[in-house]
Design a protein around this ligand. Structure first.
Ligand code: HAM
Length: 429
């Protein structure tokens, strides 16, 4: 008896992105490149593996990401390495390592790619997920904070997501403003300690501002009158926040001030923001970011103010897919699937297919002659806009019977006119 071979599956929280979804991903990525480059951002690509300490120092040793979610292991040479859980620390490492500020004191960078966090998988929460991120280094102005948020909002609008999300903003003050505030918050929480969940009791000691993220309603009830940092900002941080808000308003960006936004990574100060959508269930944040003026110095560089964000691609794809479900069928690609009636016309079909492909026009035809029905079925499934029918009569008259697969309308096009016909269709794309 032959033994059945084991079939492998992706490991939990890590997904294949299948051909049926790839158009949505490419749409997202291409739009990001086009828009971000209009604002002067250039792409940077950093390795997936970094020294584990980069993230411990960069993100903060008390954060959930560092404490519980990092894929950290010792490699064969004995080095402790981590699969990157986010992109900011890596970009800052590259900025310092290659003294990038030498070429340009104001550096605008973007990146896209997989990130890894060992979280409990659920809808919109994966262990390998993808981010598109932006880091604007070397500028302290609130106008830079506004510029990246305006760009991000315009980007989501251009994807067709307008009206489907909320932008929430906050100011986290500077470290010196936070210290006295944290003491005040701790004493408020200590008075209610008995009513808090276990995690909030821990956070009260390790990272009190994160208690606001608790999903527990009874904890949230205790926080109703908690002191808020935004009410205790010093004049320079207040002014920074006011300029940020005014600039967003000027650009027509709709936002809400949410004094409870803390963010999960420790490097933020002053501006913090999140884009959320009620259509995503419990994993509602699909982009987030803020200002981080201490991180470059913390990672060994010279003091450099910076601001940035990252988009959670899987969550944006979920939003785009729900849009597409409501929309009519996806548009077909302006190319041709050639259908042949006999071996002679198949030869011509292969020739015309090559001609179109050589001119970067999508074209297909079968390798072997199949029934007309099965070829038409393949033409329909190909996503191409036309079927080009070739039989004895067409060969004699040196023409193709082109059938528009959307309208069903057919027309004869001479062999010599096939290339101009499809070139014109592609230039209209
Ligand atoms: P973050 O808020 O940790 O920020 O992540 C940004 C986005 O990545 C989230 O809003 C979410 O959409 C997505 N995301 C995070 N974890 C997961 C997951 N397990 N599964 C699916 N999506 C996820 C950062 O990473 C910062 N580096 C952003 C930044 C850049 N701040 C300044 N510059």
């Amino acid at each position: 008896m032959t033994q059945q071979k084991q079939k492998f599956q992706t490991i939990p929280g890590m997904h294949d992105i299948l051909p049926s979804e790839i158009k949505t991903w490419q749409f997202l990525e291409n739009k990001a490149r086009t828009i971000f480059e209009c604002y002067g951002f250039t792409e940077i690509r950093t390795p997936l593996l970094e020294d584990a300490q980069l993230f411990e120092r960069g993100i903060g040793s008390e954060t959930q990401v560092v404490q519980k979610e990092m894929y950290t292991f010792t490699d064969r040479g004995g080095d402790v390495v981590t699969l990157r859980p986010e992109g900011t620390a890596s970009v800052v490492r590259a900025y310092i390592q290659h003294t990038l500020q030498r070429d340009n004191p104001q550096l605008k960078l973007y990146y896209m790619g997989p990130m890894f966090r060992y979280e409990r998988p659920q809808k919109g929460r994966l262990r390998q997920f993808h981010q598109i991120g932006v880091e604007f280094l070397g500028e302290d102005s609130a106008l830079a904070d506004a510029e990246v948020v305006i760009m991000l909002d315009r980007f989501f609008q251009s994807l067709g997501l307008g009206g489907r999300y909320t932008l929430q903003i906050n100011s986290l003050g500077t470290q010196s403003e936070r210290l006295p505030f944290i003491k005040k918050l701790q004493s408020y929480l200590q008075q209610r300690q008995h009513a808090l969940c276990e995690q909030c009791q821990k956070r009260l000691v390790t990272n009190p501002m994160r208690v606001f993220d608790c999903k527990n309603q009874s904890c949230q009830n205790e926080f109703v009158d908690a002191p808020l940092l935004i009410n205790e900002l010093e004049p320079s941080s207040r002014q920074h926040f006011d300029i940020f808000c005014e600039e967003l308003q000027r650009a027509g960006v709709v936002f809400e001030i949410n004094p409870r936004i803390v963010r999960g990574l420790d490097y933020y100060e002053r501006t913090a923001f999140e884009f959320t959508s009620t259509q995503l269930g419990s994993q509602s944040a699909f982009a987030g970011g803020g200002r981080y003026n201490q991180l470059v110095e913390e990672l060994g560089g010279v003091v450099t103010p910076a601001v940035g964000f990252a988009i959670g691609c899987e969550r944006v794809v979920l939003l785009l897919q729900s849009l597409q479900q409501n929309a009519s069928e996806a548009p077909r690609t302006p190319g041709c699937f050639f259908v042949s009636f006999d071996e002679n016309s198949l030869k011509k079909a292969r020739e015309l297919t090559q001609l179109l492909r050589d001119h970067h026009i999508p074209a297909e035809t079968p390798f072997l002659l199949k029934s007309l029905k099965s070829q038409m079925k393949r033409a329909d499934k190909s996503g191409l806009a036309y079927a080009g029918l070739l039989g004895d009569a067409e060969l004699k008259q040196s023409q193709v019977l082109l059938k528009d697969l959307v309208t069903g309308v057919s027309q004869n096009v001479a062999f010599d006119d096939i290339l101009p016909f499809f070139s014109h269709k592609n230039s209209q794309k």
